[in-house]
Design a protein around this ligand. Sequence first.
Ligand code: XMP
Length: 516
Amino acid sequence: MEQFDRVVILDFGSQYTQLIARRVREAGVFSEIYPCTIAPEELKALDPKAVILSGGPASVLDADSPGLERSLLDLGVPVLGICYGMQLLSHSLGGKVTRAKDREYGRADLELIAPSVLLDGLRSSHSHKVWMSHGDHVETAPEGFTVIARTPSVPIAAMACDEKRIYALQFHPEVAHTDDGEIILHNFLFKIANVKPGWTMASFVESTVADLREKIGDARVICGLSGGIDSTVVALLLHKAIGKQLTCIFVDNGLLRMNEREEVIGYLERHFDLNLVTVDAAERFLSLLAGVEDPEKKRKTIGYTFIEVFDEEAAKITDVKYLAQGTLYPDVIESVSFKGGPSAVIKSHHNVGGLPEKMNLSLVEPLRELFKDEVRKVAMELGLPDYIIWRHPFPGPGLAIRVIGEITTERLEILRQADRIVQQELLATDWYRKVWQGFAVLLPLKTVGVMGDDRTYEHVIALRIVDSIDAMTADWTRLPTEILARISNRIINEVKGVNRVVLDISSKPPSTIEWE
Ligand code: XMP
């Protein structure tokens, strides 16, 4: 495999650590995140071309805060400290850090006050919006450092020591709200550290496949295929790595969208020689859900039954050692401390949480560091067709949490037909790709209408169409009214049992994307 220059990001627990990694990847540079507690020899053995210290929630003034290994600075590679990383550099090198009364959070105006390669390309005459999220700040820079920028409330917002190639920023260049953050990171990578770019999603596929092969050896792996892009990409990466040592299990729970099973599973069956077990469990799920209206009870019943079914199927395969999952970075909540850093808090996966312990399996999560749009790039690299790559996310509990109230075959069918129309109308324009998710929800009420000369008393469909980057926050899409009108007309005319369509215009927070 081609060798790439490596940039190491040391994680001090910032919610933005993964975003730094992502920006470095976007610059075409191979990066890896390690906990700030990494042993000095291990770090040295990685032979990094540059090291970035992330932000973090601690205060360097507290006794038990994560420290800086002096040997890091002896590596002789360029170092960039961001936020906590800056305070730590300053504190360790003899500067003065001041404890803040309050956290400063939000935008600030950055003013350049001395020339520096790090801020090359930013116009000095003009103030730059930068994103701050910090408590403490550096009051006196260590000896040998030049203060290169300030904001109205932070006198040392950026500092540089060209001789030692150590740089530090109080603000976050990795977040989209910082103007020219990309230029600053590029300056560090290419002008200061002289890192060679060339890393791409093809490299990601290549190195992930090689890593999976090495980690798994000749063991057997099972993978739950949901029909969504994440688990499909995981299955194909594993298929490339270990071929028939992988068995994929697809559980049809009777809560899928129209044609879902055929579109994704059919595609995989036609194009890849996968060990694929399809379990028809619709009746089992629907009978357990009969009469259940409470959303949490629905979710629990589905989660529990999924585990049971999956477990039964997995038990038929001998010598399984690993369970593969399509966990993405946003699934790793609180986003702190990757790979066992100071305070890792990890959310168990919606769909198969509980399985690994129950079955005594180790997890394989090759997409754990990626964001959804990066997974789409991997899918393109793997040659998946557009209709799979751009498929909207679909929740594990499926249509059950979109049929509000009781779940019956009849009500599921109404929702399926209405949902199909939403999908078709979005796909007919480029709006399908522009929105994060668009779907129909069946409400637990009936209203009066008139059709021809007859009074009707029928179901209501709500449309939920949202924009989002990662599902953590979302806003309702301002869809052109002609498209809304077409969706509404078609649903009312074509779906028997529906006489009214309403639009959900709530943002997340305080609402959620799904209704249940
Ligand atoms: P909410 O409703 O929490 O949804 O705003 C955020 C995103 O997560 C999806 N979602 C789920 N995905 N299993 C999943 O795999 C689930 O139980 C689940 N619940 C919500 C939802 O579709 C949206 O994209």
